[in-house]
Structures are given as C-alpha cells and as structure tokens.
Design a protein around this ligand. Structure first.
Ligand SMILES: [Fe+2]
Length: 365
C-alpha cells in the first residue's frame, strides 16, 4: 500500500456543505496487481488488523463496462427522484412482480431526510417467503447545500434493529437490491475481491445492508463509523465519478482530536483517552465542528496519509473489530455531477461470528 515513487498525485480541492477545506494531497496507492501475491496479501492483513482502510484501485474496474447501462440507469433514477418523481413507481418498474410483490410505501414524518420507504414481499413459486423487505430513499444530510441521496436496503423494523437480530431475511434483502440494481453483480461477482474479504474475516462473507450512494457536488458524509453488532466491516465501491475519503483508526483520530482541541472541548477531549470517549458522543457540536468543518484539521489529517482518492472502478475496505477498534471515515464528493457507488456491510455468512481472521481481537463492548 506504499505509494510508488514515480506516482504523481493530483491535489484534491475539498468543499463540503459550504465549507472550503482547501487543497489536499491524497495517498498514492498502486493498482492491485496480482491478488494472490504474498506481499499484497500480507499488507492487506496488516492493515485489516490495524483498523486501517484498504484501498484497492481498479478492484471492480473489469466489471464496469459490462454494467455501464445499468449504472447510467441508476444515475437517471436519482436525477428523477430529485425532480420529485415517485421512487415507489421507479422501483417497481425495475422489479419482476412474480419475485417481489408490492407491499406499500411510507414516509417517516419524524425524519426530515427520508423521502420514501418502499416495501416488498419476496415470493417463491407464488408463495411469500420474506415479508417487509424495504428500500429507503433519503437525503444524506439535513443541510440544503448537500443534495446527495442514498438508498438503503434492509428489512423489518428499523427502530427495533431487526437487521441486527435476524439473519433469515438478509439474503432476500440482498436479492431485492440485486434485482433493483443489477450492477450489484459488478462487485459480488468479482471473485478475487470476495476471496480477499473472506481471507480477512476468516470465513465466507455475506454483503448485506446494501446502500447505494449518489454523492452530489459540495456534499458527502461527516466523520462516522459503522461498528454495529455482527458487522465486520464495510466494502465500498465507486462505480461512476469520484470521491475523496478520510479513513483512519478511531484511536489515531482521537490523538488528532486531543492535539487540536481548544477551550471547553479541551476539557472533554484534551487527551487521547478522553477524546476516544468524546467521539462516542454524536451530539457534541463543538467536536463535530472540529472533525467536519475545520479546514486546518482536515489538512493536517491529509498530511499524515489518511486521505484517499477513489475513482470509478476502485474499492475501499473498512475494518471493524469493536467500538474503539474500528476505521472511522468521512467522504467528500468530487467532480461536477453526482457520482455513484455501492456500499455493503460485511458480515459472516454464518453465525456465530468467528472473529478468527488475521485482524481478530476481542471485542471491547
Ligand atoms: Fe460509513
């Protein structure tokens, strides 16, 4: 994962939700050569164990041409959704009613980001085999300057965290995502990539809780983690356009926060240990300002090699081994038009979860 000496890296100009962070230099990462090369595998294992992101340039590039039409159709769906067209109708146009029966749509009045949640029941031989699978279309941010959209595929009750408790409907939810957005196969059909994930988690993976992203210029995601019960990591693949990523272990981020914290924030997060706990408080506005809207902080993070540039065909893996041992990340949209990406939660195909991969550590929760 070391930058090749000859590589030239273009500076990236970062603007998100009205904040200009300036120009940063991303880490230059060599394209994946031979997936079975021992040095490459050892480096991936080292990074996975250390909660470091693994950037895989060109990981899904060979599949892009095959799925070009579907990718353009998905970009078109997002544009039409922005223009106010019904997500429910657009989704059903893409589905075979013999496989996925319409089961209504809702809008959560309590969540201003949610646009539409469309439910289906999965059918097999005319019988219902999985109820209440859903695709939820939402804005990514509460901020009007950010028109990024996303679609999350899951099932059951969101409030009761059914997706964490139950595994039976997960494969049906994945099938629903793949039926609506067939370019899922550009990722799940890339055998070397799937084999790498299997090696890293030490067991056969399933790619669930799929999210389809349409990051719009001036938008992106604030710093967050995806450490959830039974989730072992994230696989994000850029299928069109580009994004800038900041990705680093939570413990390293906490050290940075401690160094930059001033005033009252220094009392809560002035040491790495305190900052580690402060990061757990998602309602800390002062800390959020430092993490997400302080150009000096952003540029300092880039200087220590935590910024990565993802282009169409690239993937990034984000490991998680527990609440404090997880890869935090933030995203900036790049380019003149909304981009397109698929992000999948990595889970063990079979529970109980065997945390015996190279990166295994005891969970701290
Ligand atoms: Fe994430």
């Amino acid at each position: 994962m070391k930058p090749p000496k000859s590589a030239r890296v273009r500076g990236l100009s970062l603007v998100r939700r009205g904040v200009r962070h300036g120009s940063v230099a991303p880490v230059a990462v060599e394209p994946v050569g031979r997936w079975s090369e021992p040095r490459f595998l050892a480096e991936c294992e080292r990074r996975w164990a250390g909660d470091l992101p693994i950037v895989l340039p060109g990981a899904v590039a060979p599949s892009l041409q095959r799925w070009r039409r579907e990718i353009e159709a998905a970009l078109d769906l997002f544009e039409r959704a922005r223009d106010g067209e019904s997500f429910e109708s657009m989704l059903h146009e893409r589905l075979d009613p013999r496989r996925f029966a319409a089961a209504g749509a809702t809008i959560d009045a309590g969540d201003t980001r949610e646009l539409e949640k469309v439910f289906v029941h999965a059918l097999s031989k005319r019988r219902t085999v999985a109820r209440d699978l859903y695709a939820k279309l939402s804005w990514i941010a509460h901020d009007e300057r950010d028109s990024s959209l996303r679609i999350r595929f899951s099932f059951g009750s969101e409030a009761l965290l059914d997706w964490q408790k139950e595994t039976r409907r997960a494969p049906w939810s994945e099938a629903f995502a793949a039926a609506a957005f067939p370019e899922c196969a550009a990722i799940t059909g890339r055998r070397p990539l799937v084999a790498l994930v299997e090696r890293l988690i030490g067991t056969a993976p399933r790619f669930s809780e799929r999210i389809i992203y349409n990051n719009a210029p001036g938008g992106g995601a604030h710093f967050h983690h995806d450490d959830e019960e039974h989730q072992l990591g994230v696989l994000f693949s850029q299928l069109e356009g580009e994004t800038a990523w900041f990705a680093l272990p939570k413990r390293q981020l906490a050290e940075f926060v401690a160094e930059f914290a001033r005033g009252s924030l220094a009392r809560r997060a002035g040491t790495a240990h305190k900052a580690l706990r402060a990061l757990d408080d998602t309602g800390d506005e002062e800390l959020s300002r430092l993490l997400n809207s302080t150009p000096q902080f952003t540029r300092a993070l880039a200087e220590v090699g935590t910024c990565f540039h993802l282009r169409a065909g690239d993937s990034i893996l984000l490991p998680t081994h527990g609440p404090d041992d997880t890869c935090w990340h933030a995203i900036y949209a790049l380019g003149a038009r909304p981009s397109f990406a698929h992000s999948y939660g990595i889970f063990a195909a079979r529970r109980p979860v065997k945390r015996s991969g190279p990166g295994a550590r005891a969970r701290t929760r």
